[in-house]
Ligand binder design. Sequence first.
Ligand SMILES: C[S@@+](CC[C@H](N)C(=O)[O-])C[C@H]1O[C@@H](n2cnc3c(N)ncnc32)[C@H](O)[C@@H]1O
Length: 242
Amino acid sequence: MSQLRAMTEQNTFNRMRDSWARLKHKAKLWGLRRARNKDYQEYLTVQFDRTFSKRNQIPARRNSILMERLVELGDPPRDGAVLCVGPRDAFEVDWFRGKGFSNICGIDLFSQHPDVLVMDMHHMSFPRDTFDVVYASHSLEHSYRVEDAVAEILRVAKPGALMGVEVPIKYNARGADRFDFGGVKGVLRLFAPHVTKVLWSDEQEPGTPLNWSGTAIARTVFLINKGHGVVGACAQPRSGRI
Ligand SMILES: C[S@@+](CC[C@H](N)C(=O)[O-])C[C@H]1O[C@@H](n2cnc3c(N)ncnc32)[C@H](O)[C@@H]1O
């Protein structure tokens, strides 16, 4: 009986600790929600709730395949600035640090690590031309307006920056997963006409040796230029292929 009571007390304590942690992180999200319309605020809440509920999950190891290709083929300078868009946890920043990069930063809607800043991918506070590398794995499909997120990425990327993008494809986009880019072409179209050179592209069905997730994926590594003015993209809001 006393064991049962101890378990109940422990559960209550864990629940209270979780609620407190959630509240603390959510308070930061309020800063991002300010001055946004209701639909956008709802969007941020949906994204936050989804990622926060997964905060203790072990990061998917699939991620390192794209990072490996990016570093191998792009060979960015180790003292260059790296941005991880929507890393959720410290796995991506730690991975780049492990490869000798020293200037890495992630942005997400909550943070459990000093190198991950709480920032919205559509409204970054970095100056233009800041990053040598931008890495966005399974984050662009979570954007509110993907063309705005891409324009913001292009703003903060240096001319000639190296870009790595991975997204799920051919899936049922709904809830926090807002877009299906259909394939590598759909991703590259978003960045056109700023793509100078595609270094590597790959599409994988679910459950292959190069994709052990349950969804098909598209990933690509490319170089961007910024010589054509403001980015024009072709995304449609909400679900459906773009
Ligand atoms: C599916 S997780 C991807 C995590 C990791 N990059 C990976 O490849 O497994 C998507 C991440 O994007 C973040 N995200 C969603 N909307 C965002 C926004 N507007 N600004 C910044 N991050 C956002 C979510 O909070 C979440 O942590």
